[in-house]
Write a protein that binds this ligand. Structure first.
Ligand code: CAA
Length: 261
């Protein structure tokens, strides 16, 4: 894979795992246009790389990301943001990634930072993580899915509580509420995220992509349509070599040799 140098990200690979680290430490990884452009490019690069089976997105010990960059947007006017499609232009990249993306969150995940984490497929939180949508405190509202994905994750009661007060919730509350998949000690965060990513990357690639696509349908489609989509994807798996291999290996009581096709 060709190396790309980013100004706001660090990227590396660990076997079949692509790792993207948000890297604006002085601004607590505040999300500006350069960072979101680079994040999109890094995600697309790993998504297109056959050697990569899963992506981990992380920040620093202090902050996953403290939100959209307030300094960059403070002087924006309505015509600026409306005409340029601020937020939609370069924040949608995560939605189009087909491989699983794990957010490994330590410290603050606020505003756009919480929204970016929610665009990922699995959130693994350090016990130091703090989640919140504090936008009302600065005179705006969440603009990258906070009012839509948060209630789907935690229900209306908790989402209203968080969005209307702007308060933060800690990792334990986020796990109870269903926002995060697991909470681990901060010093184990990357080990846990990478172990999970490696386990996913070792699975039949097409089944993993199909499972992610079908699960995401649950949030977009009525139940009957989602069930039909799931069934068709289930049927489609019978056209893959890895289905033959996975089932044969199970019956022959041996380890499977998956080919990713
Ligand atoms: N944008 C720009 N800069 C930010 C930032 C942000 N969202 N969050 C923190 N920073 C900067 C601070 O300005 C500060 O810079 P200086 O050292 O140059 O003064 C530096 O990061 C460190 O921050 P603090 O000194 O404030 O650190 P702290 O530990 O005292 O507090 C914090 C940490 C509670 C996260 C606090 O920084 C904070 O409240 N940040 C803003 C959170 C926020 O409102 N996020 C929502 C933004 S709007 C949004 O995201 C819209 C959307 O939906 C897309």
């Amino acid at each position: 894979m060709s190396e790309t140098t980013y100004t706001t990200l660090l990227t590396r690979t660990d076997g079949p795992v692509g790792i993207i680290q948000l890297n604006r430490p002085k601004q607590l990884n505040a999300l500006n246009d350069t960072l979101m452009d680079e994040l999109g490019a890094a995600l697309r690069t790993f998504d297109a790389d056959d050697a990569i089976g899963c992506i981990v997105l992380t920040g620093s010990d202090k902050a996953f990301a403290a939100g959209a960059d307030i300094a960059a947007m403070a002087q924006h006017t309505f015509p600026d943001v409306y005409r340029t499609e601020y937020i939609t232009r370069n924040w949608e990249a995560l939605r189009h990634v087909r491989k699983p993306v794990i957010a490994a969150v330590a410290g603050y995940a606020l505003g756009g930072g919480c929204e970016v984490a929610m665009m990922c497929d699995i959130i693994i939180a350090a016990d130091s993580a703090k989640f919140g949508q504090p936008e009302v405190k600065i005179g705006v509202i969440p603009g990258a899915g906070g009012t839509q994905r948060l209630p789907r994750a935690v229900g209306k009661a908790k989402a209203m509580d968080l969005v209307l007060t702007g308060r933060m919730m800690d990792a334990a509350e986020a796990e109870r509420a269903g926002l995060v998949s697991r909470v681990v000690p901060a010093d184990k965060l990357m080990d846990e995220a990478l172990a999970t990513a490696r386990a996913i990357a070792a699975l039949p690639r097409l089944a993993v992509l199909a499972a992610k696509e079908a699960l995401n349908r649950a949030f977009e489609a009525p139940l009957s349509e989602g069930l039909q989509f799931e069934r068709r994807m289930f049927h489609a798996m019978f056209a893959t070599a890895d289905q033959k291999e996975g089932m044969a290996a199970f019956l022959e009581k041996r380890a499977p040799q998956f080919q990713g096709r």
